[in-house]
Structures are given as structure tokens and as C-alpha cells.
Ligand binder design. Structure first.
Ligand code: FAD
Length: 627
């Protein structure tokens, strides 16, 4: 070790460690710029930056990190960092998914610029990590940047820490990152070449910023659930009313705190007894609760409206959720006590003190979110063309598919989409036809809402941006090139069958269109075959036969018997059976419910249109039929 240390400028290692250990966004960028200046490295020279940095900082202490990153960079798909040479990408948003995409694109050899409108990473909230994401992040040196990363059986990380480590990896690999830069809109190439250039650019705030001169061939929307990129239609899934509360308490890392068990949402979701007792003892009525011990004690729970009204958290009852949860209709003090009481009960009163952590605004870190409507983009990508300049436009992360936090799917599905997008960019750079690229991307996107830790490939060592390494049942030509149109491409018609929301609001035109896509006879026939032999089930139609919920439960049980204890179901418990089926289908297969168990029980028979739509969800079909 002393030998190599002498070859380095005296402080190279120290400068690099300062950068690695930086604990804020601004601190990281600052330490990085000092590092580059002192070691005379040019961070804009993206194709050589990583190797130059490696040569400049070669002490044994960082070798392990270089080995890891080299291993990733040497994957065949990247063609030695040359697969996408010359391709320029703009990424909007420095959240986990934007940054993860940036890393893949830079490894492919793209020039990558990330713009992030904030300059702080302040979200304490904690993300659940699937086993593959843990493996993936370890491979990027997560432990080097955050020593406590997924130690033992821990399978989560705060959003803040995740962003911090991904920013560091991105910078090391030559990604250009600008904070305090907000994307406003895309600027079309001018008709004639001018001094400022001739390709696609972005209008940004502040307007004079150098990034406004950056011309790019690919733009990625990674700006979170309210994506700003034009051209994408959004599907809205309206489920039952779902109000989620997040709360963060100070973790003093005492032994007493260390002993308290976490609550993983999946295990607890069916623990009816727990929720009944909670309600009896405290008046708090929850549908689920998750607790992770991280930098903070983090809780996320879904609360029932009535109990929020009873406990004075929500002041007046309104139909529209937006008004219901607007700040002037929420009693903040009551919300603080509500979440604290739930957390206390949930951990069996074992956490010694539940003091709220302080958030970015200097307030106790508790918040309430409405998940009644969830959004997904209808398409994952499109291609725009103006004056001979093509632009590949894609969405990743929450912009593409909004996650329901208590289910902990967000970051894992977000990373999958990041890889799939990088794969598409590679195809694009190789000169594949736009139609083929879009068709393949849409085919892969259809799998995304169905992915679970169980049904993706378990061979994490093999994972790459090639979708075939991750999805065992991939049919990459599920959507055909003729079903997409290259410029501002429109939805393939079949996709519309998923738009429950429009049905519920009674948009008749859409309903008719959707129905014309479904063959009720074939659907009935399939349901009969699937539920044949189940006690108490006799499917003769697509309405009343489904009322007591047993047929739905049977349908799920047929595919995955471990998910439902069919024999324990009670025919009389109409609301319970239906709710169980809706919850399991949503949690396990990502199928959004169209109604609630209670509503099913209240009506004499379910609405046929709703049932047809629910049952014709492609996911149900995909479980037993090929794509
Ligand atoms: P995000 O993490 O939302 O990142 C988007 C980034 O884009 C942000 O940094 C934003 O500042 C930036 N941005 C937005 N608009 C622009 C623009 N015009 N120009 C430039 N930059 C822009 N998930 C959970 O599982 N559990 C939770 O408890 C939880 N809590 C959350 C709390 C909040 C306040 C938010 C916003 C999200 C929360 N999430 C939670 C969701 C989770 O953070 C995301 O699923 C995950 O971070 C991956 O998202 P992403 O990278 O796609 O988007």
C-alpha cells in the first residue's frame, strides 16, 4: 500500500474520501469539484473521466470500489463503453430513477446531463428494496458510500441516502449533474441552422444557464409523479379511497430501539386481529402499516377516512379527496398524535420515545397523501421528429408508473424501467427502426406493473440492461410495430381495456370501445375453466355469479394457491371475500381494483361492465395464457 500511496499526489485519497463521505447533495457536488480541480481532471470529458479518476486515486482503500465498477462497466452489452458513443441524453430529475438511468446510459457511452430542480436531498421516507435492487446497488459500491447499506437482513434505505449514493456513482462515471435547474419544456429544432445550434434543446430555469445550449438526441422524464414532458397520455386508476400517512421519528440507535421488530407490510396485511385490536384500543382504523428502522423510525400506513374524522384529524367530510386532505381541513396536531399512537401500538409500545424527526421545512416529519387515484403513462416512449431531427422521448420511475408506497414497489419497478429504457437507447443508437424500438419497449412495459420479487429472474448475477436477463417470460414482440406510430405515437387500442377510471365516470363512448375489444363469451368460458371444481362457485354469467367473492378468490387460488386459504373462506362474508381478492390481486399482480368489497356487498349483483373489465385485465389472462 505505501508504494501506491507515494505515486498519488499527496492528498488525492483524502480528497476522494471527502467526496465519498459527503452527506448532502451540495456537499457532494462541492467535494467533487474540488477533487477535479486539485487532480486536474476534466469532468466534462465523459468518455475518459472514469479512467483518469481511477488512475489519479489508486490507493488500496478505493481499489475495491474500482473493481466493482469495472466489473459492471465490462458487461458485454456496453461494448466497452462504446455502444452509444455520440448519443447525447438529457435526464429530467435527479431522483433515484433518473440517476439510475443516468448510470446505465453513461456506461453505454452516452453523453449524459441530469438536471434537478432542487439542491437538497431531504426525504427521510424509506424505500423498500427487492433482493435484486440490493444486489444491483452493492454492485455499484453502495457499501463504500453508505457503510450501513442493507446490513444483515435490512431491505430498505431512505430516499435521501439512495439519492446521495447514486449521485456519487453517476459523477464518478462521468455524468454531468446540475442542481437548481428546472426543466420547463422541449424546444424544437429551428428550421434553419443558426448560431445557437440546430438540434433539440430544452427551455430551463434559470434561463441563461449553459444547459440551455445542450443539444440532445434522447430525453428522459424522471421528474416524479407529476411528469412535465408533453405527448404522453396518462391512465388513471381509481381504486377505493386510500389515504396514506408517513411518519418519521428520531432514531437514537439505542439497544432498546434496536430490539424492536420491523413490520413488513406484506406479512401484516392479513393480520385482521391486529387491526381489530388497534381499532378497539385506540379508535385508529388502518388497512395496513409498515415500519422500517432506518436513519429514522419510518412508518407508512393506510388509514380509513371515518377514523380520521372520528379522531379529529380530518375536520370536515368532503366527497373530493383533494378538498378532504387540503391543509385547512387537516388538524396537524391531531395528525401527529394519530400517527404516533398507531406507531406506538404497532411496535407494542417498545420504542422508548417517539419524537418526530424534523423535515426539510423545520416541521415534524408527518404527511398525508391521497392514493385514491394512481397514474401510469399509457406509453413508455415516443419519437418526435422536426426538421429532420429525431428525438427519443422516454419516461422512467414514478413518471412512468406511480407506485403505491405501502406496497414498496416504487424503486424496484423504477430501476427495471431504467434498465429497459437504457436497452431501448442502445437499440436506437445501433440504428434499429423507430417502430421496432417502440414496439419492443411497449411490449416490455406491459410486464412492469405485474413484476414482483417472485416472478422476475432470480439470477441476479446475470442481470443487465438486456430485458431477457431479468424477465423469465419475456415476449418482446407482444406489441407489433404496426400497433405503434412513430411520431407522438398513439396507444395500441388493446391498452384501453385497462382504463377503469373512464368506465367509472361513465364515459359511454370509451366503455363501448373497450367492450368491443373484449369477447365476453370467451372470457366467461375461461373463467368457468379456471374456477371449475371450487366449492361454492358456479360461474354461469359475468355478474351475479361473482357477487359473494368466492369465484374471484378461486380464480386467484387456481394460479397461486399459497396466496389465499380458500377452504377458510365463508360464503356469507361477501365484503370480506371480495376485498381479500381485490387486495391480493392488487398486491401480487398489480391489478387495480374496480370497486371495494363493501360496495360488492351493498349491491344485489355486481355491475357486469365492471366485472368484465376487471376480469379481462390482461394480467389475469397472462397468468395462465401466453401473452
Ligand atoms: P422522484 O424520487 O420523485 O424524483 C423526481 C425528481 O425530479 C425530484 O428530485 C424532483 O425535484 C425532480 N424534478 C421534478 N420536476 C422537475 C423539473 N421540472 N425539472 C427538474 N427536476 C425536476 N415511496 C415510498 O415507497 N415510500 C414513501 O414513503 C415515499 N414517500 C415519498 C414522499 C415524497 C414527498 C415523494 C415526492 C415521493 C415519495 N415516495 C415514497 C416515492 C419515491 O420517492 C419514488 O418512488 C422513488 O423515489 C423513485 O422515484 P423517481 O426517481 O421516479 O422520482
Amino acid at each position: 500500500a505505501p508504494m501506491t500511496a507515494q505515486l498519488n499526489p499527496p492528498n488525492a485519497h483524502g480528497l476522494f474520501e471527502n467526496f465519498v463521505q459527503a452527506s448532502t447533495c451540495k456537499g457532494t457536488l462541492q467535494a467533487f469539484s474540488i477533487l477535479c480541480r486539485q487532480l486536474e481532471l476534466d469532468p466534462l470529458d465523459h468518455s475518459n473521466f472514469y479512467n483518469s479518476l481511477k488512475a489519479a486515486v489508486s490507493t488500496w482503500k478505493v481499489k475495491a470500489l474500482w473493481t466493482k465498477l469495472d466489473k459492471r462497466a465490462q458487461q458485454k452489452v456496453y461494448s466497452q463503453n462504446k455502444a452509444c458513443q455520440g448519443t447525447r441524453c438529457l435526464i429530467i430529475g435527479g431522483g433515484p430513477c433518473g440517476l439510475r438511468t443516468a448510470i446505465e446510459l453513461t456506461l453505454l457511452g452516452c453523453k449524459v446531463v441530469v438536471i434537478e430542480k432542487r439542491d437538497t436531498f431531504s426525504r427521510n421516507n424509506v424505500l423498500h428494496l427487492w433482493p435484486y435492487t440490493i444486489h444491483d446497488l452493492r454492485g455499484l459500491g453502495a457499501k463504500k458510500f453508505y457503510g450501513k447499506f442493507c446490513a444483515g437482513s435490512i431491505d430498505h434505505i431512505s430516499i435521501r441516502q439512495l439519492q446521495l449514493m447514486l449521485v456519487k456513482v453517476s459523477l464518478i462515471l462521468g455524468v454531468e449533474i446540475h442542481v437548481n435547474v428546472e426543466f420547463i419544456k422541449l424546444l424544437e429544432p429551428p428550421e434553419e441552422q443558426t448560431d445557437v445550434g440546430h438540434g433539440w434543446r430544452a427551455e430551463i430555469r434559470p434561463s441563461g444557464h449553459p444547459v440551455s445550449d445542450f443539444e440532445f438526441d434522447v430525453v428522459i422524464g424522471a421528474d416524479g409523479r407529476r411528469s412535465t414532458l408533453d405527448g404522453f397520455r396518462r391512465k388513471e386508476f381509481r381504486g377505493k379511497l386510500a389515504i396514506a400517512i408517513t411518519a418519521n421519528f428520531v432514531n437514537r440507535n439505542t439497544t432498546a430501539e434496536a430490539k424492536v421488530e420491523e413490520i413488513s407490510g406484506v406479512a401484516f396485511i392479513f393480520n385482521q386481529k391486529f387491526f381489530l385490536e388497534l381499532k378497539e384500543d385506540t379508535g385508529i382504523d388502518l388497512e395496513n402499516i409498515v415500519y422500517y428502522k432506518d436513519n429514522t423510525h419510518y412508518f407508512v400506513m393506510t388509514a380509513k377516512k371515518q377514523s380520521l374524522l372520528d379522531k379529529g384529524v380530518i375536520i370536515n367530510d368532503y366527497m373530493e379527496t383533494e378538498r378532504l386532505l387540503s391543509p385547512d381541513n387537516v388538524n396537524q396536531e391531531a395528525l401527529l398524535s394519530y400517527a404516533r399512537e398507531a406507531a406506538d401500538f404497532g411496535t407494542n409500545y417498545q420504542l422508548p420515545s417517539l419524537d418526530y424527526a424534523i423535515n426539510h421545512y423545520g416541521q415534524p416529519d408527518v404527511a398525508m397523501f391521497d392514493f385514491t387515484c394512481m397514474y401510469a403513462s399509457e406509453n413508455a416512449a415516443l419519437i418526435r421528429e422536426k426538421h429532420g431531427h429525431q428525438l427519443l422521448v422516454a419516461l422512467v420511475g414514478d413518471s412512468l408508473l406511480e407506485p403505491f408506497w405501502p406496497m414498496g414497489t416504487g424503486c424496484a419497478r423504477g430501476f427495471l424501467a431504467a434498465f429497459d429504457t437504457a436497452w431501448m437507447v442502445k437499440g436506437w443508437a445501433k440504428g434499429k427502426s423507430p417502430l421496432e424500438i417502440l414496439a419492443e419497449r411497449e411490449s416490455i412495459y406491459r410486464l412492469l406493473p405485474q413484476t414482483t420479487p417472485e416472478n422476475i429472474s432470480k439470477n441476479f448475477e446475470q442481470y443487465s440492461i438486456d430485458p431477457a436477463t431479468r424477465y423469465p417470460n419475456l415476449n418482446a414482440s407482444c406489441v407489433r410495430p404496426h400497433q405503434v406510430s412513430p411520431v407522438l405515437n398513439r396507444v395500441p387500442v388493446k391498452e384501453e381495456a385497462n382504463q377503469f377510471q373512464k368506465i367509472k365516470t361513465g364515459n359511454e363512448k370509451t366503455s363501448l370501445k373497450v367492450l368491443s375489444e373484449v369477447h365476453p363469451g370467451r372470457l366467461l368460458n375461461w373463467c368457468q375453466r379456471q374456477t371449475h371444481g371450487y366449492q361454492g362457485v358456479d360461474v354461469t354469467n359475468l355478474a351475479s355469479s361473482w357477487r359473494n367473492g368466492l369465484a374471484l378468490c378461486a380464480l386467484i387460488h387456481r394460479q397461486k394457491p399459497e396466496l389465499i386459504d380458500y377452504d377458510s373462506l365463508n360464503e356469507e362474508d361477501v365484503a370480506g371475500n371480495n376485498q381479500l381478492a381485490f387486495d391480493v390481486a392488487e398486491r401480487e399482480f398489480g391489478i387495480q381494483p374496480v370497486t371495494t368489497g363493501k360496495e360488492m356487498a351493498a349491491d344485489s349483483q355486481p355491475d357486469k361492465l365492471l366485472m368484465v373489465l376487471y376480469l379481462s385485465n390482461e394480467t389475469f389472462a397472462a397468468l395462465s395464457l401466453p401473452c
